[in-house]
Design a protein around this ligand. Sequence first.
Ligand code: ADP
Length: 497
Amino acid sequence: YGTTCASVENPNIPVKVNHTQLLINGNFVDSASGKTFPTYDPRTGDVIAYVAEGDTEDINRAVSAARKAFDEGPWPKMTAYERSMVLFRFADLIDKHTEELAILETWDNGKTYEQAAKIELPMISRLIRYYAGWADKIHGLTVPADSSHHVQTIHEPIGVAGQIIPWNFPLLMFAWKIGPALACGNTIVLKTAEQTPLSALYAAKLIHEAGLPPGVLNVVSGFGPTAGAALASHMEVDKLAFTGSTQTGKIVLELAAKSNLKPVTLELGGKSPFIVCKDADVDEAAELAHFALFFNQGQCCCAGSRTYVHESVYDEFVEKAKARALNRTVGDPFKAGIEQGPQIDSEQFEKILRYIRSGIESGATLETGGERIGSKGYYIQPTVFSNVKEDMLIAQDEIFGPVQSILKFKDIKEVIRRANSTSYGLAAGVFTKDIDTANTVTRALKVGTVWINCYDVFDAAIPFGGYKMSGQGREKGIQSLSNYLQVKAVVTPLKNP
Ligand code: ADP
């Protein structure tokens, strides 16, 4: 294709899109239909490249490759130490190719290059090393049974894992998915999001350079209702892991149940409360609440998208939140110092603008923002609403954009009830200096992560996932391993010869 990324500031790294085909059985191949689809630069809406469009037949090919690599080896038959070393070498290659990977990520997704290169890529290689470390530390137990039997458990890989990922953190989600699955000895067919297929293909190439045998990891680009659905309903796929919207999560869970009852882990949407108590340092709280919402253009499942502020500090907080949003630098995500790039695509862009109009129409106060920026690309002004009420759409739906909603509260009991009054339960932030308030709120919230006086602190070892309709199961940390293991109980009578 030969497209090069025009606005990379460092001319010494001319990045071309080299990989646009499907990666099946260790080879880059065209789709069976020969079809391709465009992937766009969110800064302009221009086509970056045409990518092979996987469909049912390609998923079938990828699953057979993964099936063979699992059933006949070599992957699950290699020693755990050898598997671990492949992952360690992969992590080193990620570090070596950070710039190219970060450029692809920014180009395809619109997130800032600084965020991709300095925050996300180091997290990714760290996470791969974390799971590389686990590969040779997975073992079962000797179990004391009530009879005269020798009982043990063997922890075995499940088999072929189907993994479906979203577009907001393309490479990070790729790593969260493949790290634990590979460490446990599974093989994989992974479908990337249609908006962001490029970086995973590059990374998948690197892991083969690191010594991954062919067929162990297959990457299929394509759309949800075709390639995604084919993967979720495939009879030869033994486990499904999905990250995306709650609506699509329900669909894939149903497909999994209707086909072969493969176990499913889901990481879905959220409408996470960020609670600023009366004793909070308002400057710090406003800065952190800003970060909690606006990070990654507001495109985070765990975005702190309901900012609850105690009435005694409310006015001061709103002023500070507004001032901070006005200060936010929006522009070409490749430029240094830019905090916010464009939204991912025209669909999300239009949806966010509709929510902004709905906020205005429902009577919330628009403190700042509310409009698109420029006439090209998908840039939106950092937007702040105050006087938001629970029954407004902007306080209920996941907007997935740079729109902060500020709500007022009077006492802790009330804010706990309101924070929990949603079908989501992904994360929450609590801002207070009082340890008793922090403990009370933390224990009462029905969410998978509580950040106290901080937000969006991620680490390979910290489990992540949702209560209620925000998901099923946990990813990262030790919890992720159990998603990819079967436990076999082995019972042998103890007899005297
Ligand atoms: P978003 O609305 O943010 O794009 P989705 O949940 O639709 O979130 O997308 C997340 C992932 O799920 C993407 O890889 C997408 O292609 C995939 N997907 C969408 N619809 C389906 C479906 N019907 N079956 C399987 N996967 C799907």
